[in-house]
Design a protein around this ligand. Sequence first.
Ligand SMILES: *[C@@H]1O[C@H](CO)[C@@H](O)[C@H](O)[C@H]1NC(C)=O
Ligand SMILES: *[C@@H]1O[C@H](CO)[C@@H](O)[C@H](O)[C@H]1NC(C)=O
Length: 218
Amino acid sequence: MVQPSTSAYLLGGLLGLFLILPVQMTQTPASMCTPLKTLNNSLSHRRRYMKHNFPINYTIRVHHNEIFKVSSISKMKSYVEGLEDLVLQRLWFQVNQGVLKKIIRVLPERHPSRPYTAELERRFRDLEGVFVQSHPAEVFQQELPETIQDTWDRLTEEPDRVPPSSWRSASPKSLLDNLCHTMHCLFSECFDSTEAQRDYCVVSHRRKGRKKELELRS
Ligand SMILES: *[C@@H]1O[C@H](CO)[C@@H](O)[C@H](O)[C@H]1NC(C)=O
Ligand SMILES: *[C@@H]1O[C@H](CO)[C@@H](O)[C@H](O)[C@H]1NC(C)=O
């Protein structure tokens, strides 16, 4: 049903290579800041288009790994020693590409949120294009840490092979909230994040202490 996209191939391919290159701890390339801010601007209208235009308590079915929150990032960082931001950024693209597709899929052609969502997806793809261009191709061929690879494989599994227990219900608005908040954490150099916000990106899961965010296998 779901065609793996070109970028999934781009990013996910060549996993057989045992090519470990030293990668600098990532600074978000400056070229990404403009498309990131453009996406951020679109996201500022998400309440109207993702909540008000939907029935109350409307949810869509997503894979539990697609509920990718700030706390999921902290969790992965605590599971995987020395986890690079670049790896998390790749995962962020993979996750949210799927999320946007799923939201678009439930919107009828004439739904009032359709043009908004389509534009959001376009902006997201533009950003992904810049992301891919601003890193050497080798970084996308690097082997991912096992836990991350596992998460990745589950996300790209054929929907009919996903065990029923892996599905979750989530509102479109909450999914875009996650997209926005994690974007601010993973690409913080492009947003004027204060010290306090950066701390939030690291410790929020401890304060909230909720379960079932990202059910990583250990
Ligand atoms: C991102 O969007 C928010 C509104 O949702 C805005 O307050 C903030 O200034 C924007 N940040 C940048 C860097 O554009
Ligand atoms: C929406 O969800 C809330 C919380 O679960 C519930 O209290 C409320 O009755 C629901 N509203 C509708 C219209 O289903």
